[in-house]
Ligand binder design. Structure first.
Ligand SMILES: Nc1ncnc2c1ncn2[C@@H]1O[C@H](COP(=O)(O)OP(=O)(O)OP(=O)(O)O)[C@@H](O)[C@H]1O
Ligand SMILES: [Mg+2]
Length: 257
């Protein structure tokens, strides 16, 4: 299988000509103007592009948290354009881990309870859910903050809680919006290693929106967006890898999907 021609069977995401506008009349923002993107099973795809080009909008549609106006969107065998709201909720809770740009933690819940939520929704008993949540919080370096409320954590710590919450139920597709923006280089690098390990295990897939050139070396492929469209997809180029200033990881592995 080559990167240029991903077989349909190995596709986790297949979006064609997606459109999405916000607002109405003269104050319409055309966030997506025919965005097309494929992500294969086992792939880490990074999505880059200038502020306002539609990155968050595109991944929100792929994750089933936002409805497109038009186009096609197949994710993990589901036709998202034709799911009922109830089916979409079930799809999200079963199959998707989402790290929001703004973290979206629930303020009155402890870090442990925030991370346990996706498990509770899936019917895992509270004790087991909190034990698994605490294990995942330990993996992101927050073993000593499981009882803390989000408001008592730093931005980088809240970001790590959000990442733990996205990974805890081992979803088939993890979608992260700027997961390292609040983290120093070392913590960001460690988080990307964890994300790659956990989110890509067993043929699962990972989409990372980022402006952080330091993590480009983790990508199998980079998708570049501009003005509501995906304008280029390919392996990280020399310039991007140079900007990463770290040893390329998955990018140069022979076994890339
Ligand atoms: N809820 C909304 N209501 C109105 N306009 C919106 C909304 N969400 C996004 N937009 C507009 O859609 C366009 C794309 O926004 P989006 O958030 O997808 O960009 P982005 O590429 O994620 O930008 P950034 O890098 O700054 O996060 C922008 O012009 C934005 O102002
Ligand atoms: Mg965004």
């Amino acid at each position: 299988m080559t990167l240029g021609s991903i077989s349909t069977a190995a596709r986790a995401v297949s979006c064609r000509g997606l459109t999405k506008s916000f607002g109405s009349g003269n104050v319409q923002a055309r966030a997506l103007q025919g965005a097309t993107l494929d992500v294969s099973a086992g792939e880490l795809l990074m999505l880059v592009g200038p502020s306002g080009c539609g990155k968050t909008t595109l991944i929100s549609i792929i994750a089933g948290v936002l409805d497109a106006d038009g186009g096609e969107c197949q994710v993990l065998g589901h036709d998202l354009m034709h799911l009922t709201p109830g089916q979409k909720t079930a799809f999200r809770s079963q199959s998707i881990g989402f790290v929001f740009q703004s973290y979206n933690l629930i303020p009155p819940l402890s870090a442990s309870d925030n991370v346990a939520l996706p498990l509770l929704i899936r019917g895992v008993p509270a004790r087991d859910a909190n034990a698994r949540a605490n294990d995942m919080l330990a993996k992101v370096g927050l073993a000593d903050r499981v009882a803390s409320l989000p408001g008592d954590l730093s931005g980088g710590q809240q970001q790590r809680v959000a990442i733990a919450r996205a990974l805890v139920h081992r979803p088939a597709l993890v979608v992260c919006d700027e997961p390292t923006s609040a983290l120093d280089h070392r913590t960001g690098h460690a988080l990307m290693e964890l994300l790659s390990d956990v989110a890509l295990a067993e043929g699962r897939s990972l989409i990372v929106v980022t402006h952080d050139a330091r993590i480009f070396g983790f990508a199998h492929r980079m998708a570049e967006m501009d003005d509501g469209r995906v304008v280029h997809v390919g392996r990280p180029n020399a310039e991007q890898l140079q900007a990463a200033a770290l040893t390329p990881h998955a990018a140069l592995k022979e076994a890339a999907p």
